[in-house]
Design a protein around this ligand. Structure first.
Ligand SMILES: Nc1ncnc2c1ncn2[C@@H]1O[C@H](COP(=O)(O)OP(=O)(O)O)[C@@H](O)[C@H]1O
Ligand SMILES: [Mg+2]
Length: 193
């Protein structure tokens, strides 16, 4: 990979980073994401992909400009599958792909939809991107592996920690931090998905 500035590397859509800092990342991954899991106000059991899609569609209906949803959980837990269903419910017509290598993708829908995957970014690199423009913009942001950049996230946000139970089943730990996210989780708790 040539040594291009970060923005340019993102524009080319090329795989921007080599394997990095395995150990540090692992500790961090465990730490922040598991905190979100532990402080969950609600656990949603998705018996199938369809159930995950229902939760995504339900939350997409609540979305307003500036909505931020952080998605954590191991590879294959369903973060991208959730994002695809969320986008569909937000009236995004384009195909939503995993943003693992592009880092950020922007789509047009009922609201602009910003889909990020920050797994490959160091905190400094993420900081350079000026993510606040997205977080506080006109659209809705979903960040896969978002807890890796917890320090850069606004206080108010919804955390979903997705855990694989078996091939079809997932446990989704939901934690609303600040408003309106606390109200969202209370609503889900009371009225279901
Ligand atoms: N209940 C479920 N929720 C989400 N995904 C599921 C579920 N059951 C099976 N899957 C499958 O698991 C895979 C999840 O992959 P993906 O969304 O790319 O994970 P991640 O982005 O977390 O790495 C998809 O192939 C999806 O169809
Ligand atoms: Mg993914």
């Amino acid at each position: 990979m040539p040594d291009l500035p970060l923005q340019l590397r993102l524009q080319t859509g090329a795989r921007p980073f080599r394997i990095r800092r395995g150990l540090v990342r692992c500790e961090q991954k465990g730490g922040n994401a598991l905190n979100a899991k532990k402080s969950a106000q609600l656990v949603y059991r998705a018996g199938s992909l369809k159930d995950t899609q229902l939760l995504a569609a339900r939350l997409a209906k609540l979305a307003v400009p500036g909505t931020l949803i952080v998605l954590d959980g191991d590879l294959g837990a369903g973060k991208t599958a959730f994002s695809q269903a969320f986008a569909k419910a937000l009236d995004v017509n384009d195909q939503v792909n995993s943003p693992t290598f592009t880092i950020i993708k922007e789509y047009a829908g009922r609201l602009p939809f910003y889909h990020m995957d920050v797994y490959r970014l160091s905190l400094d690199e993420a900081d350079e991107l000026g993510l606040d423009e997205y977080f506080f913009g006109e659209g809705v942001t979903l960040v896969e592996w978002g807890s890796l950049i917890e320090e850069l996230l606004p206080e108010s946000r919804l955390h979903l920690y997705m855990e694989t139970v078996n091939l079809e089943e997932r446990q989704i730990y939901i934690h609303g931090q600040g408003e309106p996210y606390k109200a969202w989780t209370a609503d889900l708790k009371e009225n279901g998905v």
